[in-house]
Ligand binder design. Sequence first.
Ligand code: PEP
Ligand code: MN
Length: 298
Amino acid sequence: MSGCNDNGGGGRKEAGALRVLRAANPAGTRVRVGHVEVGGPGFVVMAGPCAVEGQEQTQAAAQAVAHAGAHILRGGAYKPRTSPYAFQGMGEPGLHILADCGRRHGLPLVSEVMEVSQIPLMVDSVDILQVGARNMQNFSLLRALAEVGKPVLLKRGLSATVQEWLLAAEYLVAGGNPHVILCERGIRTFETATRNTLDLSAVAYVKRESHLPVVVDPSHATGDRGLVLPMALAAVAAGADGLLVEVHPTPERALCDGAQALTPEMFSDLMRKLLPVLAAVGRSLYASGVREPGRVTG
Ligand code: PEP
Ligand code: MN
């Protein structure tokens, strides 16, 4: 990758020697998450509510996304909110609800870890530890996650360059955790029509320059449920390995990010419409063949 060792980037390490670059693993990294594999030929869909709000809401979301064919359940128990007065997430009880709903539907889990102190609890209850956009350059969190054997989903920072994003991933990989999934979730630009600007050229670029799997989050990228489907399809065409999509049983009542949440019907429609686009680029949905309700993954 050009420019990786200048301007405070890669320090003294030669750019070509970074562990996250394609040359370090030309075959590509595949990240195993329970019975699912991210980064192989199969396209993986992670879906669920922005935040765990309670048993009933999470259960309804889990049932809807499992029924539509999602592979991994998402849901935040610790929420990084812009306003300190906004709903901050349920915390530990939320993790237990998420784990219960995942088990019932045989879905592995992805959930955000905001602080080093949350790692021991999260490691025991979720399959992928999500580092949110606001924490992409929280280097003490990255160093601690490097020592954890679990997969990490590293979101691109709100205003992070691709170089900064890959160097954040380098903290994880060089620190001993190769199970890294990158997530493009839109960046802040001068444009205000959408919540963020989905940088699909970064997806194609990172797929070429790095061996790490890349998923796209069209929900935070647009902030608008009506734009999630077209951007999800575009992400497939751009070469993404999967999606992270927000789905809520009753978006108008959501405590967080309701405007971008798909209804269960919209999510089923999205899953159906992915198929011809996947086929056009020579891919298909990941098919494990087995989903095992009741099994604790990890
Ligand atoms: C989320 O996934 O709910 C989230 C907070 O995302 P981001 O860190 O991309 O804003
Ligand atoms: Mn959200």
